[in-house]
Design a protein around this ligand. Structure first.
Ligand code: PLP
Length: 389
């Protein structure tokens, strides 16, 4: 062979039988086959040989298996973003004319997706202002309600869903419960143990946790549902990229340590904000005054999360002034990373909602969402204190 050809076809190392200590990064789009029949068969199942990275990839599979294991699920399906996981699960579970019940307090992107499914595809959506089992039972339409959509800890006002009661009501009506567990992570809550059928995550937040990955995952209680959504995902084309999966697998090793510190720091910051004269209200489920504190105490283990909202007495202008004075804490529209970040939901994560819709989910012009990082808590508090002064 000539150099041009040899450059394209480097020799692969012979398999030695030894195993690397870390997860290898399979940065490959496709696999090579000796047998055309084996290749043809591989298209039909996620459990056969790897063949194309929109369908399956070994690095991505390590991530999927690890998160499914943490969540106590049968299988995971990683996606290119949290919104990719949410859209994939909803579109694979619904068709025109179906009915969905969702809690009103939702991540803005999920709310926008449900609105579009309603407006463009004829899916009917009812929202629960109070996500109580009684309200859910009233909203369910047995036979027509296909999905009940919840967040373990709602973004950003920290409402904790009474998962055992809500999933039992959904199941009795034949609906599948989908729970966004992004804020809690499987360290604080494992929704499948409380009856959820599908758990979704924005891996972008705590699971990847270092502000450097955008990713998502859906975890399924049952293998059959995973396989059916996997087929849809191959068409949908929202597969996770191997390098993002690799970074996330690396991050999972420190998830427990990071969550412990996020939760401990957030508890301190929430209590001090609640006592601060510039702050009107703190929406942190770990505080006794939060409307869902009792549910949070019952369902969450090891802490109340690292992200929550608070309302500044001075409204939006106070929020703008505070964010301009910050020196350590960064103004950034994400959460769950190692560094403390804050932002203004009404103009960012929940921009899709109009004023009335914002009021219905407890977000005002003076509401700030803070994601407390893993720095020394006194450095975080000093910065907030000087900015609030
Ligand atoms: C950020 C977020 C999402 C969307 O995730 P992306 O990775 O940004 O697509 C979904 N749900 C919750 C609760 C989030 O905070």
């Amino acid at each position: 062979m000539r150099p041009e050809t040899r450059a394209v076809h480097p020799r692969r190392p012979e398999p030695t039988g030894s195993t690397p200590i870390t997860t290898p990064l399979y940065q490959t789009s496709t696999w090579i086959f000796d047998d055309p029949d084996v290749l043809a068969d591989a298209f039909h199942t996620p459990t056969g040989p790897f063949l194309y990275s929109r369908m399956t990839n070994p690095t991505v599979r390590v991530l999927e298996t690890a998160v499914a294991d943490l969540e106590g699920g049968a299988a995971g399906l990683a996606t290119s973003s949290g919104m990719g996981a949410i859209n994939l699960v909803l579109q694979a579970s619904l068709r025109g004319g179906d009915h969905v019940v969702a809690q009103r307090r939702l991540y803005g992107g999920a709310a926008a997706t449900l609105r579009d499914l309603g407006e463009r595809f004829g899916v009917e959506v009812d929202y629960l202002d109070q996500a109580t089992p009684e309200a859910l039972r009233d909203a369910l339409r047995p036979g027509r309600t296909k999905v009940v959509y919840l967040e373990t800890i709602s973004n950003p006002t920290g409402y904790v869903a009474d998962l055992p009661a809500l999933t039992a009501a959904a199941r009795a009506a034949g609906a599948v419960t989908v729970v966004d567990n992004t804020f809690a992570t499987p360290l604080l809550c494992r929704p499948i143990a409380h009856g959820a059928d599908i758990v979704v995550h924005s891996l972008t937040k705590y699971l990847a946790g270092h502000h450097d990955v955008v990713g998502g995952i859906a975890v399924f209680a049952e293998t059959a549902r995973y396989e059916s959504v996997w087929h849809h995902g191959v068409e949908f084309g929202v597969a996770a990229d191997p390098f993002s999966a690799w970074l996330t697998v690396r991050s999972l090793q420190t998830l427990a340590l990071r969550m412990e510190r996020h939760c401990a720091n957030a508890a301190v910051v929430a209590a001090r904000l609640a006592a601060h004269p510039a702050v009107e209200r703190v929406h942190y489920p770990g505080l006794a005054a939060h409307p869902t504190h009792e549910i949070a105490r019952r369902l969450l283990t090891g802490g109340y999360g690292g992200t929550f909202a608070f309302d500044l007495a001075g409204g939006r202008s106070a929020g703008t002034a505070v964010s301009k004075r910050l020196r350590l804490v960064e103004l950034a529209p994400s959460l769950g990373g190692t560094g403390t970040t804050l932002m203004h939901p009404a103009s960012t994560s929940h921009r899709q909602l109009d004023e009335a819709q914002l009021a219905a989910v407890g977000i005002g012009e003076g509401t700030i969402r803070i994601s407390v990082g893993i720095e020394h808590v006194e450095d975080v508090w000093s910065d907030l204190e000087q900015a609030l002064a």
